[in-house]
Design a protein. Structure first.
Length: 216
C-alpha cells in the first residue's frame, strides 16, 4: 500500500482528483480515530440498553417460533445494536458526510462510491432505536403470526444498508505525499474496530435475544 501510493497518477488525472483523494482520506482517518475512541462508550450503552430491557420486558418473546418470521425480530435486535453503535458516533459521521459531500473525481465511479458510503453511514447513524418491548409484545398478541408492519418495513430497510468505502485501488493512483501512510493508519484503526465488534458483537446480540427470549 505504502509503495503503491507514491506511483505517478495515470494520464488524465486532474488536480481535483488529487485534492479530492486527499480530503477523503483525511476525513476517513478522522472518523476512524473517533470511532476507535468511542468503542468502550458504545459497549457501555449497549449493556445499559440490555439492562433496561431486563427491567421493562424480560422474556417478552417467550414461546416465539424458530422460523422465518422470527428472523424479523432477531434482525430488529441487530438494528438496535447498530442504532446504538452508529448513533454514538452520529456527530462525527455527520461531519464526515459534510466533508465528503462536495468531493468530485474525474472518474464518476469514485464520486458515486464516496457519496454512497457517506450517505449509508449517515442513514445508520440516524436510524431510530426500535421499541423492542412494544414490537415483540405486539407480535406475541398475534400468536407470533404478524410482526408490526411499520417496524418490519424499517427492519428490511436498515438491513439492506451496507456501507462500502471507496476501494483502495481506485484511490491509490491519486495519492500524494502522506496520503498512503494516512490511509494505512486508517486501515489499521478499522481493523481494531472490526476486532472489537467480532469479540463483542455476537455476544451482545445473543445476550439481547436471551433477555427477550427470542430465537435467532
Amino acid at each position: 500500500m505504502l509503495a503503491l501510493g507514491v506511483t505517478p497518477a495515470p494520464a488524465g488525472a486532474t488536480p481535483q482528483d488529487v485534492a479530492a483523494t486527499h480530503a477523503y482520506i483525511q476525513a476517513g482517518y478522522a472518523l476512524a480515530r473517533v470511532s476507535v475512541a468511542s468503542l468502550h462508550r458504545v459497549q457501555a450503552r449497549i449493556e445499559s440498553y440490555d439492562r433496561r430491557l431486563r427491567r421493562e420486558c424480560p422474556g417478552v418473546g417467550a414461546g416465539s417460533p424458530e422460523d422465518e418470521a422470527s428472523q424479523v425480530a432477531s434482525n430488529e435486535v441487530a438494528d438496535a445494536l447498530w442504532s446504538i453503535g452508529y448513533g454514538t458516533d452520529a456527530p462525527q459521521i455527520h461531519a464526515f458526510l459534510e466533508k465528503t459531500r462536495g468531493l468530485r473525481w474525474s472518474n464518476p465511479a469514485i464520486t458515486r462510491a464516496a457519496h454512497a458510503f457517506a450517505g449509508d453511514l449517515n442513514q445508520l447513524a440516524t436510524s431510530p432505536l426500535p421499541d423492542l418491548c412494544s414490537d415483540v409484545a405486539a407480535w406475541k398478541q398475534t400468536a407470533f403470526q404478524d410482526f408490526p408492519a411499520a417496524s418490519a418495513t424499517l427492519v428490511s430497510r436498515i438491513q439492506a444498508i451496507e456501507p462500502i468505502a471507496v476501494p483502495a485501488r481506485l484511490l491509490i493512483p491519486y495519492e500524494r505525499g502522506s496520503d498512503a501512510a494516512t490511509y494505512a493508519r486508517t486501515t489499521n484503526l478499522e481493523g481494531q474496530i472490526g476486532e472489537f465488534e467480532f469479540v463483542h458483537g455476537q455476544a451482545d446480540w445473543d445476550q439481547m435475544l436471551e433477555t427477550l427470549s427470542l430465537n435467532q
